[in-house]
Design a protein around this ligand. Structure first.
Ligand code: SF4
Length: 338
């Protein structure tokens, strides 16, 4: 039986084996909205509904939705004409929207509003004649969707080589933006390096790295410093999850691993370990963290202290196309699971 102590005061529970559970962790508002959008679309339209890319980067979530009748495709032209097509939380470029329209697909845009905010910044700074340097990871879906808002104007900065290669029309009109799920510290280091090349580089009007990414990094820094081992639950293609592992190590954790499921935890990780830190990425349902805590309990790590560094109460309303449909049918349009 896991004992959870809900405070940040790390009490001596009599055993030197303990778990520090980071809070906030797990689902963010954008992921919650995107997953509920697929569930409500399945309820309303019936299976199948198609989803371009993984709705959120989590194996368990994707498999659960597949079981309910969602079909995940890499590109909209893999799905039939006229189908219901949901765009994932990571966002899409206008070219993808146009391709779906040309196939008469009924689209539901589950792009996280905080990604859409970055899309709007790109559109605005393109209009104002800026060159845009987008700090992010090459090949990540969010970066493709953001860069696709202004092809030819946005240059991706994924490492020092990209900084050296960047070319701008006017060095006094250049701005950096970023992917929403990066390491805050690493991004600021990158920006300093970009500024060495372009001293007049302008900052985004507000943080592009989202509240959920930042809050989870602050929490894991706090527990990482006191942990012999940190376990982060989340999938390998989840950028914010992978960043949490890196941030835990930078904060002083002796070891840190990412697992999709508790079954992936290895006994060898526990040699000489007294304190285990636990967190999860923004696309991870809490049941997967509970499985990890149960596993740790069986290994004698039953005393769990929750270390809370922020409270979150953000909620986003459902995608407007879906709200309109549900309202027309007299169904619940709130962002709540049935
Ligand atoms: Fe939105 Fe941030 Fe969650 Fe991504 S991690 S879906 S940007 S709230």
């Amino acid at each position: 039986m896991v004992t959870v102590i809900n405070n940040t005061d790390l009490k001596d529970t009599g055993s030197n084996k303990k778990v520090l559970l980071a809070a906030p962790r797990g689902y963010c508002a954008g992921v919650d909205r995107a997953v509920i959008a697929v569930e409500k679309a399945l309820d309303h339209y019936g299976a199948p509904v198609y989803v371009r890319k993984q709705i959120v980067h989590n194996k368990h979530v994707v498999r659960s939705l597949e079981r309910r009748g969602a079909i995940f495709v890499e590109e909209v032209d893999e799905a039939p004409e006229g189908c219901v097509m949901i765009f994932s939380a990571h966002g899409v470029s206008p070219a993808v929207v146009a391709m779906a329209e040309s196939r008469n697909q009924q689209t539901i845009d589950a792009t996280c509003p905080l990604v859409t905010k970055v899309h709007r910044e790109v559109q605005r700074f393109e209009k104002e004649g800026y060159d845009i340097l987008l700090v992010g990871h090459e090949g990540h879906e969010e970066v493709e969707g953001t860069a696709g808002q202004a092809p030819g104007i946005v240059q991706l900065i994924d490492g020092n080589d990209d900084i050296a290669k960047a070319k701008v029309k006017d060095p006094s009109k250049v701005i950096w933006l970023s992917q929403t799920t990066l390491s805050v510290d690493e991004t600021m280091e990158t920006v300093l390096k970009i500024r060495e090349r372009f001293p007049l580089l302008e900052n985004p009007p507000s943080d592009d790295i989202c509240y959920a990414t930042q809050n989870r990094q602050v929490a894991i820094k706090k527990i990482g410093a006191d942990s012999d081992l940190v376990i982060v639950v989340g999938s390998a293609n989840s950028s914010n999850t992978v960043r949490l592992v890196e941030v835990a190590l930078e904060a002083g954790a002796k070891a840190a691993y990412r697992v999709d499921f508790a079954s992936e935890i290895e006994d060898s990780w526990f040699e000489g370990v007294a304190t285990v830190g636990v967190s999860s990425g923004a696309s991870v349902p809490e049941e997967l963290v509970s499985d990890v805590l149960d596993y740790l309990d069986e290994k004698g790590f039953g005393n769990v202290s929750t270390v809370t560094t922020a409270e979150e109460d953000i909620q986003f309303s459902l995608p407007k196309e879906l709200r309109k449909e549900l309202k027309g049918a007299g169904h619940d349009t709130s962002n709540k699971k049935r």
